[in-house]
Write a protein that binds this ligand. Structure first.
Ligand code: DGL
Length: 264
């Protein structure tokens, strides 16, 4: 079936899928949550490249006419490799919104919350170098945060405590703008905003990325009235069903991913 493919290390990219569905309600979407191999942000780049290649090969086999890499960590590690391997297939990736943050900050101090993998990547280093020299960027690696969100309870004590600790460090650095550099963090944006306090603006990329993907892919996929949204996971299917029905405003067909995706 002709569709748009979307993937992430787990449930974080559902934030992008949600925004994409709102823009393309009649386009079939196929999402792979690689929860069985998450978190990507605490693995090496080679691991993330191999997982990403395997997932894209699967999405292509399922009729994907374009792929959204709905993961900052996989975009940083792998999107250039994917583009080389499949030159005919259009890819849209996500990266921390540093440029919009540089334009929006009033005091020239910006924080970035992201996985250790994203912040250590060469792609992110290049993004940093492209910012004005006067911009202060406070990097905040958040190991474990995506993993806590994967568990599905967005009000869990450990999750809220972890957010408060990161927010306290960012407040101490006197940033007035914080970039959410991991797609998982969108689902706890309300907690992050509350912990940062009213003087700090938060920037997320789910909306602009979905706008770009919708524009790029709309004509490549045939619109149909009852276009399905299929979610496939290498992790716990029951948990993904619960998360999808709690976090997404539309029905999804949720199943285990094909066995070829389970192997490393
Ligand atoms: N959602 C992914 C991102 O945007 C990362 C989560 C993980 O570490 O697996 O970076």
């Amino acid at each position: 079936m002709n569709c748009i493919g979307v993937f992430d290390s787990g449930v974080g990219g559902l934030s992008v899928l949600k925004a994409l569905r709102a823009r393309l309600p009649h386009t079939a979407l196929l999402y792979v949550a690689d929860s069985g191999h998450a978190p990507y942000g605490e693995r090496g780049a080679q691991f993330v490249i191999e997982r990403s290649q395997r997932i894209v090969a699967h999405l292509l086999g399922e009729g994907a006419a374009g792929v959204v890499v709905a993961c900052n960590t996989a975009t940083a590690a792998a999107v250039h490799v994917l583009r080389q391997a499949w030159p005919e297939l259009p890819f849209v990736g996500v990266e921390p919104a540093l440029k919009p943050a540089a334009a929006m900050t009033r005091n020239g101090r910006v924080g970035v919350m992201a996985t250790p993998g994203t912040l250590a990547s060469e792609k992110f280093a290049a993004l940093l170098r492209a910012q004005p020299a006067t911009l202060h960027v406070e990097l905040r690696p958040c190991p474990g945060l995506a993993h806590l969100i994967e568990a599905g309870d967005l009000d869990a004590h450990a999750l809220v405590a972890s957010i408060e600790a990161h927010a306290a460090a960012l407040r101490a650095a006197m940033v007035d703008t914080v970039v959410l550099g991991c797609t998982h963090y969108s689902f706890v944006r309300h907690h992050i905003e509350a912990a940062l306090g009213p003087g700090v603006q938060v920037i997320d990329t789910a909306e602009p990325v979905s706008r770009h993907a919708a524009r790029l892919f709309a004509k490549r996929v045939t619109a149909e009235p009852d276009a399905p949204v299929r979610l496939r996971t290498t992790g716990d299917v029951v948990r993904l069903r619960e998360i999808a029905s709690a976090w997404l405003p539309f029905a999804c067909d949720v199943q285990a991913a094909s066995p070829t995706l389970h192997r490393l």
